[in-house]
Ligand binder design. Structure first.
Ligand code: PLP
Length: 413
């Protein structure tokens, strides 16, 4: 597809989507198909020759749509709301075009910075305590996760790392395995299934606290479990409180549970995946009271805030709890660099390579990142763009040669 066809097909696709949305009420909300319906309708292997765009769009209507559950039909009352809106669809299109991967600031500065600032905006809309905001010099901050399930898992793993470090600092002879065997986490028996799964993935016991007559986790039941488990030699370290359970939108009593978590040095994660968007309304904000006791908080803009999947907003009071938990042990890395004694041995060629990379990236005509191959500092030249031609590579090579000559010249002087 070339640019002019893209312009045409893009407009057609917008029309198709607009028609779909406008006519969705007329479609049957749940499909009639039986399991396995699709396989006989399409070829067994990818075709050798491409289909035309028209054929593909026709297949969408003929073959795909009959198997779609229409989540945005006004007759869809299942599971939970999943957000979808025209602005979010257009934004997805722009994201697809920019197509960056924001794994670090340098990987695309606007990506990281926009996320940080938007998460502050959203945090302020919820009136989260200031300690959850990044702002200019805060210790907290928000980060977008793919789903609430991931947010709970990330919180549990961070809490696990934190308690292991704390216990090992006090008793260095304790192994990680010995500690993990004794760790125990809690949630209400009404918590989302992803909470139990986080315990399974994280390799720790997760106990369900019986909820009260309003399906809420209360202090007394949590306290009872805590006392029993501590007496049995277990180490309570993590609690998930749900604000708005998926089953019946019940609320755990955060004002009761929060102080217990703080007193017992347990990480408190608040899962408000479902109901969280409502706290933006002043008349519902009181339902979030007690979040000041939490270490991490999460809700899903992709459920109720018109942002298409996936966008799950997570905040922590201490960013370093997350960044520290998932970093490869930095002291080990430092150690291997500083103590290897190799640095002085190999610095000759590496220094020149580093100087060359610096010149290349300051000139900003091309962009490279380095890597280490064993002891060598290497400039990686990866062919990345779909539109790259040999002329681009030639030009880049001329540029690199010129800068390399300058570096060598400077070395000699
Ligand atoms: C929907 C829901 C989840 C899971 O959300 P995902 O983003 O799909 O992982 C977790 N907790 C609660 C309370 C939910 O309602």
């Amino acid at each position: 597809m070339n640019t002019s066809e893209f312009r045409r097909r893009g407009k057609e696709m917008v029309d198709y989507v607009a028609n779909y949305m406008e006519g969705i009420e007329g479609r049957q909300v749940y499909p009639d198909v039986e399991p396995g319906y699709l396989r006989p309708l399409i070829p067994a292997a990818a075709p050798e020759e491409p289909d035309t765009f028209e054929d593909i769009i026709n297949d969408v209507e003929k073959i795909i749509m009959p198997g779609v559950t229409h989540w945005h039909s006004p007759y869809f009352f299942a599971y939970f709301p999943t957000a979808s809106s025209y602005p979010a669809m257009l934004a997805d299109m722009l994201c697809g075009a920019i197509g960056c991967i924001g794994f670090s600031w340098a990987a695309s500065p606007a990506c990281t910075e926009l996320e940080t600032v938007m998460m502050d905006w959203l945090g302020k809309m919820l009136e989260l305590p200031k300690s959850f905001l990044a702002e200019k010099a805060g210790e907290g901050g928000g980060v977008i996760q793919g789903s609430a399930s991931e947010a709970t898992l990330v919180a549990l793993l961070a809490a696990r790392t934190k308690v292991i470090h704390r216990l090992q600092a006090a008793s260095p002879e304790l192994t990680q395995a010995a500690i993990m065997e004794k760790l125990v986490a809690y949630s209400s028996d009404q918590a989302h299934s992803s909470v139990e799964r986080a315990g399974l993935i994280g390799g720790v016991k997760l106990k369900a606290i019986p909820s009260d007559g309003n399906f809420a986790m209360r202090a007394s039941a949590l306290q009872e479990a805590l006392e029993r488990d501590k007496a049995a030699g277990l180490i309570p370290f993590f609690v998930v409180a749900t604000l708005g359970t998926t089953t019946c939108c019940s609320f755990d009593n955060l004002l009761e549970v929060g102080p217990i978590c703080n007193k017992e040095d347990m990480w408190l994660h608040v899962d408000a995946a479902y109901a969280g968007s409502a706290f933006i309304c002043p008349e519902f904000r009181h339902l979030l009271n007690g979040v000041e006791f939490a270490d991490s908080f999460n809700f899903n803009p992709h459920k109720w805030l018109l942002v298409n999947f996936d966008c799950s907003a997570m905040w922590v009071k201490k960013r370093t709890d997350l960044t520290g938990a998932f970093r490869l042990d930095p002291t080990y890395l430092k150690h291997s660099h500083q103590d290897s004694g190799l640095i002085t041995d190999y610095r000759g060629s590496n220094k020149v390579n580093e100087a060359l990379l610096q010149r290349i990236n300051s000139a900003k005509k091309i962009h490279l990142v380095p890597c280490h191959l064993r002891d060598k500092f290497v400039l990686r030249f990866a062919i990345c763009s779909r539109t790259v031609e040999s002329a681009h590579v030639q030009r880049a090579w001329e540029h690199i040669k010129e800068l390399a000559a300058n570096v060598l010249q400077a070395e000699r002087e």
